[in-house]
Design a protein around this ligand. Structure first.
Ligand code: GLU
Length: 299
């Protein structure tokens, strides 16, 4: 874990390199950047490249170039999750020593609708067919509560909703839920501003933080942008890549979506727009909604 636990602000944007930056991901990047800058904090970028089958070649570099074009400059070297295997293995060893893990060889058809193990894997630990996934068991009475700065008080009966979840996949890859928790703690991230599509994951992450003895960061989940069919903007839904030549206009669109004061028209450069926006940053103006349709804010 990070050695320095003094109060400060460390935020981050943590894209998965599954495709180029689109308006939805720019909104998450911008919100975390402005919140960090407004609070005189440090802003990090972490590349969540731990799932090669889902990644697109060259996307990580395209995302970083796009952030730079938009004036979103990070303060420390980019951390690549593909380099962090030993840290995840060490965290798994801590969880195993605490008796929290079990192996599971259920096929997809055997899993419950919530993705939990429905077989008798826990009883058959010595006779499992390889390969198997590693799961963390959630006690049935586990209740997770946190106060989201935008969405308000969130309470999850995690033990009922998610009896167990994967921390290392059958194919040997570490799961997002584990990696994100290990890296946020190691990087000393104490403020997480990200899209509301990850709100569901947060209770699982707080649970892992508690098991691993990590502090829980402050969370802010901004609404995600949806297309006219109500689908989240994502690569899967063919969200168009941002045009980096229109960086200033893209920033203005993203600010409007976050219900922030529009920078004066005279400000043309991205640096000037970002400087204005960080000085006038008002997270209380961000709607406490999980999603907003894109065309509502389209100029
Ligand atoms: N890498 C995740 C994604 O792109 C985000 C992780 C996070 O912000 O916690 O959806």
């Amino acid at each position: 874990m990070h050695a320095d636990s003094s109060p400060r602000y460390r935020g981050r944007f943590a894209p998965s390199p599954t495709g180029p930056l689109h308006l939805g991901s720019l909104i998450a990047a911008l919100a975390s950047y402005l919140d960090a800058r407004h609070n005189g904090g440090t802003w990090l970028v972490r590349m969540e490249d731990l799932d090669p089958p889902r990644e697109e070649k060259g996307a990580a570099d395209l995302i970083l170039a796009s952030l730079r074009h938009h004036g979103l400059h990070w303060d420390e070297p980019v951390l690549y999750q593909s380099q962090r295997g030993p840290a995840y293995t060490a965290a798994l060893a801590v969880l195993a020593a605490g008796g929290h893990l079990f192996s599971c060889d259920c096929t997809r058809a055997l899993l419950g609708p919530d993705g939990s193990c429905r077989g008798d894997c826990r009883r058959r630990q010595q006779q499992l067919a390889a390969p198997s996934a590693t799961r963390v068991a959630v006690p049935p009475d586990c209740l997770i509560r946190f106060n989201d700065r935008i969405q308000g008080c969130v309470e999850s009966k995690l033990g009922v909703a998610v009896p167990d979840f994967v921390v290392k996949r059958k194919d040997g890859l570490h799961a997002y839920q584990l990696a994100v928790v290990v890296d946020d703690a190691w990087q000393g991230v104490d403020h997480i501003v990200r899209g509301s599509d990850l709100l569901d994951s947060t209770a699982r992450q707080v649970f892992l933080q508690q098991l691993l003895g990590y502090p829980t960061p402050r969370y802010s989940h901004v609404p995600v942008i949806t297309d006219s069919a109500g689908q989240k903007y994502s690569k899967q839904n063919h969200a168009p890549a941002l045009d980096d030549r229109r960086a200033s206009a893209n920033l203005r669109t993203a600010l409007a979506f976050l219900h922030q004061q529009a920078p004066p028209e005279a400000l043309a450069a991205t640096a000037a727009i970002l400087d204005f926006a960080s000085r006038h940053w008002l997270p209380a103006n961000i709607p406490a909604a999980l999603s907003i349709a894109a065309d509502m804010n389209r100029p």
